[in-house]
Design a protein around this ligand. Structure first.
Ligand code: F3S
Length: 101
């Protein structure tokens, strides 16, 4: 499955949802999560994210493996996000900090 990792925090660009064919993204006010029971592993969202937040499960580092559990636990309780929304006010600063702009 695919998972949304740490870089989504403070960004929440939501470009990922616009390319997802199955609406597997759910969100709270801070970030998005992928429902692993809905994701079809198409990988379309990986290049869509401006901060590289989305990874395939097998590409995760040891530090990132926690995101598998967090995405699976959080996604089902949150609303599905299907349309692009405004990024968080901190998004561009965070993107610069990550050296990704
Ligand atoms: Fe987050 Fe990237 Fe999507 S910042 S909301 S995973 S486009």
């Amino acid at each position: 499955t695919h998972v949304v990792t740490a870089n989504c925090q403070a960004c929440r660009f939501t470009d990922c949802v616009t390319v997802c064919p199955v609406a597997c993204f759910h969100g709270d006010d801070e970030r998005l999560y992928i429902d692993p029971d809905v994701c079809v592993d198409c990988s379309a969202c990986i290049p869509a994210c401006p901060v590289g937040a989305i990874k395939e499960e097998f590409d995760l580092s040891d530090d990132e493996e926690q995101w598998i559990r967090i995405n699976a636990a959080r996604a089902p309780d949150l609303p599905i996000i299907r349309a692009k929304q405004s990024p968080l006010p901190t998004a561009e600063a965070r993107r610069s900090e990550l050296g990704l702009n």
